[in-house]
Structure formats: structure tokens, C-alpha cells
Design a protein around this ligand. Sequence first.
Ligand SMILES: [Zn+2]
Length: 103
Amino acid sequence: MDDYKAASSEGGDKIYCNCCGKEIIKTEITDTHMDHLHIEKSWGYFSSKDLATHAFNICESCYDAWVSNFAIPIEDVYIEDVFIYSDEELRLLNEAYQKEYCK
Ligand SMILES: [Zn+2]
């Protein structure tokens, strides 16, 4: 697996969770992947990774497992400005979500 493709966010090619290796599936709605965490970190001086940039994707299941080990729990901050999907888009998203979590 190409590390760059694995770490890329959106853009046509398949993307994978760098933790479990599963594909982060794209729904039938154009250019919409199941929600996931994408991180890009450019390390600077005073680190052991001077000037290296790391990028990776984490699926929601791996994210949940990862953050459950944090010493300080993550605080939920709810989004007030929510994108409104059509009923058809919501149906497709719900179907994709069910497929992902019923594997
Ligand atoms: Zn994963």
C-alpha cells in the first residue's frame, strides 16, 4: 500500500485507515467518505522528526479505541453550523454507515 495514498484525504482514490488498514469507504454521494480523522503534522525543530511531515487517516472505530486510552477524556463540543443533507443523501449515508458497522 502506498503510504501517500493511504494518508491522502479526499480526491478519488481509495483511502485507508492507517491503524487497522480497512478502507474508509466512499458513499454513493459523490466524493463523500465515511467520516474519519485525517491528521497532517509538520514536525519542527526541537523534535526528533525535524522538518518531516506525517499524514494519516484513522477510521471512527480506531479513533474510539485510541481516545478511550487518553488520560484526560475528550470533551464533546457540538457543531452549531451543520450542513443539511437531503432526505435521499441521509438515506444513502445511513445505508453506508450500517454496512460499515455491520461487517
Ligand atoms: Zn481503523
